[in-house]
Write a protein of this length. Structure first.
Length: 151
């Protein structure tokens, strides 16, 4: 099993513990809001906020952490991550924050300790980019944005 080193931010509430997988088959570990003042933030419709997790990570080289919305918050309240999936690179050692967007129609309160996102640890491949005069043709060609079928 891969190990990701985790460090608490100074002043973080450690009572919530480290990120956890809620079921044996879960791909994402839940991240919690960890406000220094132990308070809450009310997010108006259309607004976004950077929510602290109180954590820093040391992700092994060759991997990334992807931040993804929690499906229940998205369905019930329109709470999502605008840059989903957000990427945390293996060479970043700063505080882990989650950009949360209220795409719903009602204000939403993010409370201290609330599960706000999932993080997925994934392998990364880096490619070499070669400039060419022409690209190999495919059956699809340049068709995009709905060109592969009727919606």
């Amino acid at each position: 099993m891969l190990t990701v080193a985790v460090q608490w931010e100074e002043g973080a509430d450690r009572a919530f513990g480290l990120p956890t997988y809620e079921t044996a088959g879960a791909a994402g570990a839940d991240l919690r809001a960890n406000f220094q003042d132990r308070g809450a933030v009310t997010l108006a419709p259309g607004a976004r906020v950077l929510v602290p997790t109180g954590l820093r990570l040391a992700i092994p080289t060759g991997y990334e952490v992807q931040l993804r919305p929690r499906s229940g918050l998205a369905l019930k309240h329109g709470i999502t991550l605008p840059n989903s999936p957000g990427t945390i690179d293996s060479d970043y050692r700063g505080p882990l924050g989650v950009i949360v967007l209220n795409a719903g129609t009602e204000a939403f309160e993010i409370t201290h300790g609330m599960r706000i996102a999932q993080m997925v640890v994934a392998p990364v491949l880096q490619a070499r980019f070669d400039l060419v005069e022409t690209l190999k043709p495919t059956a699809r060609g340049a068709g995009g944005f709905g060109s592969t079928g009727v919606e």
